[in-house]
Design a protein around this ligand. Structure first.
Ligand SMILES: C[S@@+](CC[C@H](N)C(=O)[O-])C[C@H]1O[C@@H](n2cnc3c(N)ncnc32)[C@H](O)[C@@H]1O
Length: 272
């Protein structure tokens, strides 16, 4: 497995989570790679996802994972931290999800969110991404997202590649059911429900994660022999180029990281 993506996420989480041991809930954990790494770091992790096969995979890694929906999740436990990695933009009811997360946190607990701001796209950013993806696919290093989708589901309508890159990107990210939330929607909801005082916000690179999926799809669909260190080297190189190109303001950062601490409840006393 290419570890560069999970390493980047863990770097962010280690900077904002309370020290281990602390009990952490991961929502929308997928196959559980982040939950596994947090457990290895000494956290007591519970991980949930609505996808049964992903949860089975996570359980196979030894993660305490359950099929559950964050909109309905109930437990007597309260958590020191709740983590969402590219999950919140998919939930059907963003406001209810954030309320549920808030109710599951201890006072002083941390909610950490690694997400993407699909609305940040502009012409140069979309063109840079699609051009780099074409080049890597033509060199035999990856399978593009579009072609991987078609391999998984040949009946899927192909993307319109002859349209402008920005329109192509927007076409891909609209029409989802439920609709995908934007980075700004998620930030606004966190600010609304947690208050602005303790919110930390940073941008991050994001396309390298698609390239990592493309490397892994190439290995599994085309049965390509690639060592983990070769795959990691390519992913690291792409990440470095993406970071530099953002730094030079040639493309926009599509990733976003938000963390917030639940303030102590405020008690009001009435003197009778
Ligand atoms: C893009 S995947 C990210 C998976 C994983 N966190 C990762 O980074 O690889 C989004 C995940 O959120 C899960 N999900 C979507 N809505 C959910 C909900 N309401 N409650 C729990 N999980 C949810 C999906 O099943 C999916 O596994």
């Amino acid at each position: 497995m290419t570890t560069v993506g999970v390493n980047e996420t863990i770097k962010f989480l280690r900077g904002v989570l309370p020290n281990a041991p602390a009990n952490v809930l991961e929502i929308g954990c997928g196959k559980g790679h982040v939950a596994k790494r947090l457990s290895d770091l000494g956290y007591t992790v519970t991980a949930i996802d609505t996808n049964e096969s992903a949860i089975k995979f996570a359980q196979g890694l030894g993660v305490n994972a359950h099929v559950s929906n964050i909109l309905k999740y109930q437990t007597d436990q309260k958590f020191d931290a709740i983590v969402g990695v590219r999950a919140l933009h998919h939930v059907s009811d963003l406001s209810l999800a954030v309320t549920s997360i808030k109710n599951l946190l201890k006072s002083g607990g941390v909610f950490a969110l690694e997400e993407f701001s699909r609305e940040n796209i502009d012409h140069n950013t979309a063109k840079w991404y699609y051009d780099s993806e074409y080049l890597l696919e033509a060199s035999g290093s990856i399978i593009s997202r579009q072609n991987a989708d078609l391999l998984r589901n040949p009946k899927k309508t192909p993307e319109l590649e002859d349209t402008s890159p920005q329109v192509r990107w927007n076409n891909r990210h609209t029409g989802h059911q439920p609709p995908l939330h934007t980075g700004q929607d998620m930030l606004n909801e966190v600010l609304k429900q947690f208050g602005a005082e303790s919110v930390r916000f940073q941008t991050a690179p994001y396309f390298f994660r698609y390239i990592i999926s493309g490397i892994e799809d190439k290995i599994s669909f085309d049965k390509v022999e690639k060592t983990e260190s070769d795959a990691n080297r390519l992913a690291e190189l792409y990440l470095k180029i993406e970071e530099d190109t953002i730094e030079e303001s040639k493309i926009k950062p599509m990733g976003v990281r938000i963390s917030v601490t639940l303030r102590d409840g405020c008690l009001t006393y009435f003197l009778l």
